[in-house]
Ligand binder design. Sequence first.
Ligand SMILES: Cc1ncc(COP(=O)(O)O)c(C=O)c1O
Length: 394
Amino acid sequence: MSKKLETRLVHAGRADTKTYGFVNPPLKRGSTVLYPSVAEKREIGKNYFVPVEIYGLCGTETHFALESSIAMIEGGTHCQVVGSGLAAITVPLLAYMKSGDHILVPDSAYGPTRRFCDGLLRRYGIETTYYDPMIAESDFPALFQKNTTVLLTESPGSHTFEVQDVPMLARVARARNVKVFMDNTWGLQTFQPFKHGVDVSIQALTKYAGGHSDIILGAVTVNSDADWQWLRKGAMDLGQYASPDDCWLALRGLRTLNLRLKAQEAAGLSIAHWLETRPEVARVLHPALTSCPGHEFFKRDFSGACGLFGVVFQPQYSAEAVVAMIDALKLFGIGASWGGYESLVLPTTGTIHRSAGTGVFEGEMARFHIGLENTDDLIADLEQGLAALTPSKT
Ligand SMILES: Cc1ncc(COP(=O)(O)O)c(C=O)c1O
């Protein structure tokens, strides 16, 4: 009988007699690997598609333990860890695409993804079309070109939290032989990408996998040998590497991932519900609330949420008023990277770049990440912060 996720998170990446009884896999670092003979070096060096310690760049047992654990959580067959969440986006794009290709990217994509598409990919002769993340099935096929090779999805979208109909988008893309990529960072553990038609799943392990705001790390997971050949070869050609120290910390973070996510989901929801009742708030963009675009897809496809969501303030509050409110908060750090144990807030309106006419909201926006603090304390802090929010727009 297959074990439940909680059990698998405790046992993942551990079962190896080489740990000599210690509970945790060792942290192994190194560049050169010494071989007993030239013949053995030649034999082992033949294949870097299998998890064998050939040379430091190809990974150590520490990397392999984390990779097998992430593959398990995502439901895929193979995983490659890379140096950052952003590298987990750029490496597979470079690995799969070539000059003359075309990619479809949601208008709500993570900002640096857009920067990469508009900068380096364009310079390399790869064209991007941004699409409405909530596009209807009837309008979607028209966006594909003869040279479209990749469809990128990111659900929910960065800052604006549109939940995409990934199964529908994937069905349309796959019918045209187009590879389906997904930035599944928000849905770590709660969205099973390969069950919904995704070929390549991207994770910023910097967020909830690490869970303590002290690592930068990414992972790319695939679900077939053919995809693994593309991904692994691309990552090796690009010289991708992740620090074993960060991999070890991520592996340690995974042991409590389920507990942290459940606690932060519950706390996030209670604060989202509280914010909904506030007169200053026009809308809360939390995928589990009906006010979030694509809530029906969240209900259908996700098994839970994390602690990250957006808030749209009423139109009479200016950007300066929202900044004053944020500055008045004492328990919420002003910071970008989410998924740690601490609460965060960020004004987002000025950081949202769109080109497909989406992401237009009635007021100024902020993004909240809810940590492991007591929710009564967080609400009391929000209450005093909102007192600094004074209407100034006419
Ligand atoms: C959705 C999403 N994907 C990818 C990344 C990139 O992660 P990293 O900071 O590890 O490069 C982020 C970071 O904020 C993110 O929010």
